[in-house]
Design a protein around this ligand. Structure first.
Ligand SMILES: Cc1ncc(COP(=O)(O)O)c(C=O)c1O
Length: 391
């Protein structure tokens, strides 16, 4: 008899008011907002319970070990030599990159982004009355799979005298690629030439599939490190999206001072409960959990890609090397109107609509495969039936 993996078990997330599970009707399978239907690592939950057992949740300093734990993790993962002073504790990655824009740009200044991209990155310039400077990624299709390439000349040509910030998403959401150092180097050099600061959202950097490897852009050279704000967090990696604890790594003391100063009165202090959980998540206590989850996600990705190839002939997909997000090109699937609406209505599967990801998102949907294999396959089956009925 086949033994079930603990990741095969369904958790009732509706009882916990999960956004993913409560936004749609109960008959809808939700494969959208980016958290995982897997249990958070037990050592993290234990640390948070211990914290609750102290009986008071007051204002708290960061535990002395927290910044050191981040430095040790970056050293262990990448050989990145940091000191605790380089680490700023922030309440989330989205607040972290918005603070970078607020700290470094005036109204009307340019923020460079690579489209299509995670909606809060795409929308950031308009939220701050800044100019959105777009360097589109180039879509390349090979049969039914697709990937994206960077055009470094177009990237540099997009930079204007008022461009102050490059907001990089690395690994990239929604395309699931972790750009190589060779791909990133010309972008970083262009930023240095034009005096543009890099803010690199590396929230997915530890959700690597198969043998993928990640290098923080700040490690390209000491000059790049001096111009970069790197955002990392335990939230995606350890399924702690509700924790509200992330880290801005800023090695340049003046840039760090500007960043911290801009957050005064705006950025809430990170809660003691969250810091207690983050400390354990970012230690080695969660290594085994992560290795297992990465292997499971890799197998889910492979099962998903095989299914698309065999049963969804009109759909093209990325083969993500990082994240648990697949990006589906539905433009040749014979769907009238929005594929997001189509799959919601006709298949009762909730995906993310591609349009808010900016140009290149129309006709696309994003699928989150971080769930037990059975509901993933059921969702794909429902999509196949809906497409066949519509043909
Ligand atoms: C690229 C990216 N950055 C940031 C976030 C969210 O970060 P946080 O919840 O720490 O604000 C997400 C969540 O989906 C994401 O995909």
């Amino acid at each position: 008899m086949m033994t079930l993996d603990w990741l095969d078990q369904m958790i009732d997330r509706r009882a916990a008011n999960s956004i993913k599970w409560t936004l749609y009707d109960e008959d809808v399978l939700p494969l959208w907002v980016a958290d995982m239907d897997f249990p958070t690592p037990a050592p993290v939950l234990d640390a948070m319970r211990q914290k609750l057992d102290t009986g008071v949740l007051g204002y708290e300093m960061a535990p002395p070990l927290l910044r050191e734990t981040i430095c040790e993790r970056m050293d262990r993962l990448y050989g990145w030599p940091l000191t605790p002073d380089d680490v700023v504790i922030i309440p989330g990655v989205v607040p972290g990159f918005n603070l970078a824009a607020h700290a470094l740009c005036e109204k009307g200044d340019g923020v460079l982004i690579q489209t299509p991209v995670y909606p809060p990155i795409y929308s950031l310039p308009q939220w701050h009355n800044m100019e959105r400077v777009e360097a589109a990624l180039t879509l390349v299709a090979h049969g039914q799979t697709l990937h994206y390439e960077i055009d470094p000349d177009a990237f540099e040509a997009a930079i204007t005298p008022r461009t102050r910030l490059f907001l990089l998403c690395q690994p990239h959401n929604p395309i699931g690629q972790d750009f190589t150092t060779e791909q990133l180097a010309p972008l970083a050099e262009a930023c240095l030439r034009h005096d543009v600061v890099i803010c690199s959202d590396e929230i997915h950097s530890e959700l690597l599939l198969g043998n993928a490897k990640h290098t923080p852009i700040a490690m390209l050279s000491p000059e790049v490190a001096q111009r970069t704000i790197t955002l990392v967090a335990p939230s995606k990696t350890f399924n702690l999206a509700g924790l509200g604890c992330a880290f801005a790594i800023i090695q340049n003391p003046e840039l760090r001072r500007i960043y911290e100063h801009a957050g005064m009165g705006l950025m809430p202090h990170v809660k003691g409960l969250s810091m207690a959980g983050a400390l354990v998540a970012m230690s080695t206590a969660t290594d085994e959990w992560l290795a297992h989850v990465r292997a499971y996600l890799t197998a889910n990705r492979d099962a998903y890609v095989d299914y698309v190839a065999q049963h969804l002939p009109g759909i093209r997909t990325t083969v993500p090397e990082a994240t648990y997000l697949a990006w589906l090109d539905c433009r040749e699937a014979g769907i009238q109107g929005s594929p997001y609406e189509f799959f919601l209505k006709e298949a009762r599967v909730a995906l993310n609509d591609g349009e808010p990801f900016g140009p290149g998102g129309e006709g696309f949907v994003r699928l989150n495969f971080a769930c037990p294999r059975a509901p993933l396959m059921e969702a794909l089956e429902r999509m196949r039936v809906a497409l066949e009925r519509a043909a």
